[in-house]
Design a binder for this molecule. Structure first.
Ligand code: NDP
Length: 328
């Protein structure tokens, strides 16, 4: 028997509770993993509370990610004892996820934990850090180097933004951080930003083309911000777009693309192929600052997950949340 967070609909009533399960309860999968750490994201909060239709099939074990040790495997690439982790792939939505002592998943989705990192480390980097690295690599793959010029990061105090600032700075880029929280300037400078701008300068409707202010940008904000970011990207520059913190709309013109040859690179972390993920995690393993990990996230016990999920939705949780599955 193992303990899992279990969501079900009984008589049309949405229920989320801890439940003892048996391996015969697993709906599918070919690698069984003893889970050590997971995380608690906004999407998990919605699934646990039932406030939004995140869960696409019942019953469901929530949790979009986990890290742990393989217990048994019928997959040719994995064997008992290997340290593995997973993010995305519809975990906690379509497939049973990581908020459990034991998980069984499709081995095609698993990655080996990089040698220099622990199961806690990969969860503390989490989807935010991994998405930030996918964005950095989207810029690099499109030819952006530190010599190209400055790189703007929007939503810089958020999860993706903070990692993007830190990774870019470590790679030698000159980073401009856009934020609505000027009181966090010292933290952003410590992460490596050389310039801080007020996000209000980007968030209102703007002109099709503006002054060329940066060679590239990582945007987790969307809407007018993304439109203005593209409009002020220099000739031949690249913008990696991954988020919608301001909005899902993109009220822009084609001017930056057809008059300045700007490239807009979309970034998705959920269904991203494993080859791209491996390259991203190799670079994360080289660049990640373990001190930043401990300050950017808090650790809670498995038992605290339901209460913390509700606090997260009420905006009462600061920073990212790692779940220690074996802590009581
Ligand atoms: P956070 O909530 O941690 O950060 C978002 C940041 O965006 C905030 O900290 C704030 O930065 C800024 N922001 C918030 N609201 C507004 C607004 N109205 N106008 C302008 N800026 C705003 O989220 P994450 O960093 O985890 O995720 C960022 C975005 O990326 C989200 O939309 C998320 O859904 C998306 N995402 C996409 C992924 C993908 O696979 N494509 C994966 C992960 C996340 P500041 O305080 O500095 O102003």
């Amino acid at each position: 028997m193992f303990k899992a967070l279990y969501i079900d609909k009984v008589d049309d009533q949405y229920q989320c509770q801890f439940k003892p399960l048996e391996e015969s309860d697993f709906p599918e999968g070919n690698v069984t993993v003893n889970v050590e750490y997971s995380t608690l994201n906004y999407k998990d909060g919605l699934a646990i509370s039932g406030k939004s239709p995140v869960v696409r099939r019942f019953p469901m074990v929530p949790g979009i990610d986990f890290a742990g040790v393989v217990e048994s495997s019928e997959h040719p690439h994995f064997a008992a004892g290997q340290r593995v982790f997973i993010n995305g792939w519809g975990l906690g939505e379509k497939h049973w996820g990581g908020l459990t002592e034991k998980a069984k998943v499709n081995g095609d989705w698993l990655l080996l934990i990089p040698e220099s990192m622990s199961s806690y480390d990969v969860m503390a980097v989490g989807t935010a850090g991994y998405t930030a690295m996918l964005c950095v690599q989207a810029l690099q793959n499109n030819g952006i180097t530190p010599q190209s010029g400055k790189v703007l990061v929007t939503g810089a105090n958020g999860g993706v933004g903070s990692f993007a600032v830190a990774f870019l700075a470590k790679l030698g880029f000159d980073v401009i951080a856009s934020t609505g929280r000027p009181e966090e300037e010292a933290r952003l400078r410590q992460l490596g930003a050389s310039e801080i701008i007020d996000r209000n300068t980007l968030s209102q409707p703007g002109r099709p083309l503006g002054k060329e202010l940066w060679a590239a940008a990582i945007d987790s904000v969307g809407s007018h911000t993304l439109a203005n970011v593209c409009a002020s990207t220099q000739y031949g520059g690249v913008v990696a777009a991954c988020g919608l913190a301001q909005g899902m709309d993109f009220p822009a013109s084609v001017a930056p693309f057809i008059l300045r040859g700007v490239t807009l690179a979309g970034v998705d972390s959920v269904m991203c192929p494993n080859e791209k993920r491996r390259t991203a995690w190799e670079q994360i393993a080289k660049l990640v600052d373990k001190e930043m990990l401990s300050t950017a996230s808090s650790v809670i016990s498995f038992n605290e997950v339901i209460d913390t999920a509700h606090q997260l939705l009420e905006g009462k949780v600061k920073g990212r949340v790692v779940v220690d599955i074996h802590r009581n």
